[in-house]
Design a protein around this ligand. Structure first.
Ligand SMILES: [Zn+2]
Length: 231
C-alpha cells in the first residue's frame, strides 16, 4: 500500500482508537492474522492501549480460522492457508471448538459462528479504519454492526453492499482536511473500483463512506462482508 501521510488534527492522533485510553502501543488495521505473508508494505497502523491490543488477538485468530474453515469446509490444518494451518495446529482447543461448530444441513456444510466474537472484531476493524482514514476515532457505540458471508446474500444485496452509499462524493460532507481520506480523494492512492481500498487482493479490502452517516464496509477473504454504521 502507499504510505499516505496524515496531516490531520493532532488532538485525534494520540488516544487508543478502540477505547479512548492511552495510545501506548501501535496496532495494525487489519490485523496481520487476516493477511498472508509477505505483508503489504506500509500497513495501516493506529494507536491502541496495551489492554485493547492484547484483548482482541484471540478473537482475531478465531475469526481468521473460522473463515478459512468455512471456505474449505474443514478444520484440517492442511486444507487451510498456511498461517491458519499453523494456528489450528498450535491451538487444538480452537480446532476442537471450530469442529463442534461444524454442521451439515441438506447436504450443505457450514460453521455456526459465535456472533459476539465476530461482532467484536468487525467493530474493532471499523474503528481502526475510521481513525486511520478519516482521523475520526469512533469509540462511541455504532448504530449498527452487520456481517454475512457473500454466499448468504442475493445479487441485489451484494450490489448494494459493493456500491452502497452515495457515489456523488461531491455532495457529501468532506473528510477532514489533511486526513488520509482527503489525500486519497485527491490522489486515488490504493483505491480500486467502487472506492474500495485493497489491502491485499483476495484477503482484505475496505471502504469508508461518510455520506449519510459514517459507514465502514469490509470484505475479509472475499467471503465475509461486514458493515458498521455510525450516524
Ligand atoms: Zn484501548
Amino acid at each position: 500500500m502507499k504510505q499516505i501521510q496524515d496531516f490531520g488534527d493532532d488532538r485525534n492522533k494520540g488516544c487508543c482508537v478502540y477505547c479512548g485510553g492511552p495510545g501506548e502501543t501501535r496496532d495494525h488495521v487489519p490485523s496481520r492474522v487476516l493477511l498472508n505473508e509477505p505483508y503489504p508494505l506500509e500497513l495501516p497502523v493506529v494507536p491502541a492501549c496495551a489492554a485493547c491490543n492484547r484483548a482482541f488477538s484471540r478473537d482475531e485468530a478465531y475469526l481468521a480460522c473460522l473463515i478459512e474453515c468455512a471456505l474449505t469446509g474443514s478444520v484440517e490444518s492442511a486444507k487451510s492457508r498456511y498461517k491458519v494451518g499453523v494456528m489450528l495446529t498450535k491451538s487444538p482447543a480452537l480446532a476442537t471448538r471450530l469442529a463442534a461448530a461444524r454442521y451439515e444441513r441438506n447436504g450443505e456444510l457450514g460453521f455456526n459462528p459465535e456472533p459476539d466474537r465476530v461482532r467484536a472484531i468487525v467493530l474493532k476493524l471499523a474503528r481502526g479504519h475510521a481513525a486511520f482514514e478519516n482521523n475520526e476515532p469512533r469509540v462511541d457505540d455504532p448504530e449498527s454492526v452487520r456481517f454475512a458471508p457473500f454466499t448468504a446474500m442475493n445479487e441485489s444485496e451484494r450490489e448494494q453492499f459493493e456500491i452502497g452509499g452515495s457515489s456523488t462524493v461531491g455532495l457529501a460532507p468532506w473528510p477532514e482536511v489533511g486526513s488520509r481520506a482527503m489525500s486519497r480523494l485527491l490522489t486515488g492512492a490504493d483505491k480500486g473500483p467502487g472506492g474500495w481500498i485493497v489491502v491485499q487482493p483476495g484477503m482484505y479490502r475496505y471502504r469508508v463512506d461518510w455520506s449519510g452517516g459514517f459507514h465502514v464496509h469490509m470484505v475479509i477473504r472475499e467471503y465475509l462482508a461486514a458493515e458498521v454504521v455510525w450516524e
